[in-house]
Design a protein around this ligand. Structure first.
Ligand code: SF4
Ligand code: SF4
Ligand code: FES
Length: 308
């Protein structure tokens, strides 16, 4: 694992990249089962990312290369690959941070610990199933409280602070790809799902913690983690799954001894005078463009013509 601090990465990204780099891509053809590394020479520009380089290859050199991406801004979590042995977001990793005039070769591989569909595209089916298994949503004993939307859960800012960091996860899978336990135990829930289990168990609005603790307090749950923290080292959103797992283990341990008491929400307000879904969004005056009547805009039928 290449250890680079976020600060070092930012510093490197201010540099000019080498004029030309070789992108060495690990390819996989599922039809023939063939795996090979293929070199592509790419002309760079200042600020060029790994995703820019891959798109340039696809556009100008080899249209058969396959990768996944969407937002190009570190939000959707779909462009995860391994760059010079480090799981990284292709759209956030600058060429200047991973290559130099002395070493103008960048090795790009698909995420480790995932089945591969083709070239750089990993199969996230199992990863999403593990996320789904920990019930990543607020559970209330009275489901009507959530379904009817007539009440408001008022959360203390300190309680929000407790889980905020973990709610920033974009499900990119980099932590899972870096985890040595996930590499050896395919049934291990993994850092992403376990961090989210903690995020919901620690959420004062949630009452589903008993169900979730049963899921994580297993052979393939939080006790398998040996706190190498490589998951946290690669997380692009600074989520720190390793710390979440340690907190989760503490909760499980204390609960087993009968010392853990779930913190409850400060206040449930309501019932509201009118259900939330009937409250119309009011336009913020400062956002209205000159000459635009928001009432008229709201009445207009949205129509998009597509020439197919
Ligand atoms: S915890 Fe971080 S690395 Fe893991 S899936 Fe979420 S955002 Fe990605
Ligand atoms: S801290 Fe736990 S979950 Fe994170 S990489 Fe290490 S073993 Fe995996
Ligand atoms: S393309 Fe969305 S995170 Fe990279």
């Amino acid at each position: 694992m290449v250890a680079r601090s976020k600060f070092q990465e930012l510093l490197a990204a201010t540099r000019q990249p080498p004029k030309e780099v070789t992108i060495r891509v690990k390819r996989y053809d599922p039809e023939t089962g063939k795996v090979w590394y293929q070199d592509y020479k790419v002309k760079t520009f200042r600020g060029m990312t790994i995703l820019d380089a891959l798109l340039q290859i696809k556009e100008k050199i080899d249209h058969t290369i396959v990768m996944r991406y969407s937002c190009r801004m570190g939000v959707c979590g779909s462009c995860g690959v391994v760059v010079n042995k480090k799981p990284s977001l292709a759209c956030q990793t600058q060429i200047a941070a991973v290559a130099s005039e002395d070493k103008p070769i960048v090795v790009v591989e698909p995420l480790y610990n995932f089945p591969i569909i083709r070239d750089l595209v990993a199969d996230f089916g199992d990863f999403f199933n593990k996320h789904r298994a920990i019930k990543p949503y607020i559970i209330r004993k009275d489901p009507d409280e959530v379904e009817k939307g007539e009440r408001e859960f008022i959360m203390d800012p300190h309680d929000l602070h407790e889980i905020y960091e973990y709610s920033l996860c974009i499900m990119c899978g980099l932590c899972y790809s870096a985890c040595p336990v996930s590499a050896g135990d395919p049934l291990y829930l993994g850092p992403q799902a376990l961090a989210q289990a903690y995020r919901f168990i620690a959420d004062v609005r949630d009452e589903g913690y008993e169900e979730r603790i049963k899921i994580v307090d297993t052979e393939h749950g939080c006790h398998r983690c040996h706190f190498a923290a490589t998951c946290s080292a690669v997380c692009p959103k600074m989520v720190d799954p390793a710390s979440a797992i340690q907190r989760l283990r503490k909760i499980v341990f204390m609960k087993t001894l009968g010392f853990w008491k779930k913190k409850k929400i400060t206040q449930i307000a309501g019932p509201l005078k009118e259900p939330l879904r009937q409250i119309e969004a009011k336009y913020a005056v400062e956002n209205i463009l000159e000459g635009v009547d928001p009432e008229e805009q709201a009445k207009r039928e949205e129509k998009i013509d597509l020439e197919l």
